[in-house]
Design a protein around this ligand. Structure first.
Ligand code: CP
Length: 318
């Protein structure tokens, strides 16, 4: 079956999901992102005019702080013209369909769309609809996928741990509602991480989650034992129907990451979180701000990774 993310030359045409992307493409994105970071001077991000004359349209139908802003910074660092569509004041509120909105933005000569939408599959629908010279990046669709988040997470893991093939990684929390967790699992397994664990109560795990190639734990102390990387997830209250949990306090007691629970991981373990964080619910402030945390470097690396994705898409032959 054709991969909708690759063109006939095997180049990245759209970035819609980490699922189905070959390891060499994932590694190429991480390698390209490395060229945009000045590691000798903190994590300064370099300019590169690779998108000069191109127009990038940020079309966010859901709220975002990190993804929208770092895409804008990344596009500007690449010298692209950036248009941020304010959906609250756009004509979608008057009933215009998603594809009519896209057609109108194409008529304004969009070269690339960065799309966040509450409906799983929205970015795929746009990618199928647009002309071959236009590229689509999924910036998060429903519970389905958030590929640039997973890629910046992979970049962060590789920066601090150097290799993937000798790691134990635990993903903790609301896997059921998390597009980030799905994208992380596909990326980690494709890049050769031998042991990916998920730690969560049964009510916050998808059925048959083992089929994704992960080990399942319901106890934090057992699940965190000897892991190298802890990837925390936000409780996605906005996507929950009914009570999946007794209370936030109860959740923190059993699944909140505290220094005491983190002591079960390896002494040099890193702690990650995609943001936004719920302090005191899924993570204690002493851990979020502590010496194992790489949460803010994740955000900075996100600029470089998004630059890498956009420049690779722009370099694909239509
Ligand atoms: N991690 C993430 O997607 O954050 P935002 O919702 O702020 O973009």
């Amino acid at each position: 079956m054709n991969n909708p993310q690759l063109n006939k030359n095997g180049e990245l045409q759209h970035l819609l999901s980490t699922e189905g992307l070959p390891a060499d493409i994932l590694r190429a994105i991480l390698d390209k992102a490395t060229t945009f970071v000045d590691f000798s001077d903190g994590f300064e991000i370099r300019n590169a005019p690779l998108l000069k004359g191109k127009s990038v349209f940020n079309v966010f139908f859901e709220n975002s702080t990190r993804t929208r802003t770092t895409f804008e910074i990344a596009a500007k660092r690449l010298s692209a013209d950036v248009v941020n569509l304010n959906i609250g004041s756009s004509s979608t509120s008057k009933g215009e369909t998603l594809l009519d909105t896209v057609d109108n933005l194409c008529a304004m000569h969009a070269d690339m769309f960065v799309v966040r939408h509450s409906q799983s599959g929205a970015a795929h629908i746009i990618a199928r609809h647009v002309a071959p010279e236009i590229h689509v990046i999924n910036a998060g669709d429903g519970r389905h996928a958030h590929p640039t988040q997973a890629l910046l997470d992979m970049f962060t893991v590789r920066h601090y741990k150097k290799e993937f093939h000798n790691l134990r990684v635990a993903i903790v929390g609301d896997v059921l509602h998390s597009r980030v967790a799905r994208s992380q699992i596909h990326a980690l397994t494709t890049l050769g991480v031998p042991e990916v664990r998920v730690i969560a109560p049964k009510t916050l795990l998808p059925t048959m989650v083992e089929n994704l190639g992960v080990r399942v734990f319901h106890d934090m102390n057992e699940g965190l034992k000897d892991v190298d990387v802890v990837m925390m997830l936000r409780l996605q209250n906005e996507r929950m129907q009914g009570a999946a949990l007794p209370s936030a306090q109860e959740y923190f007691k059993y699944y909140g990451l505290t220094e005491e629970k983190l002591a079960h991981a390896r002494p040099d373990a890193i702690v990650m979180h995609p943001g936004p964080m719920n302090r005191g619910i899924e993570i204690d402030s002493s851990v979020a701000d502590g010496k194992h945390s790489v949460i803010l470097p994740q955000v900075t690396f996100g600029i470089a990774v998004r630059m890498a994705v956009m420049s690779m898409l722009a370099g694909a032959k239509a």
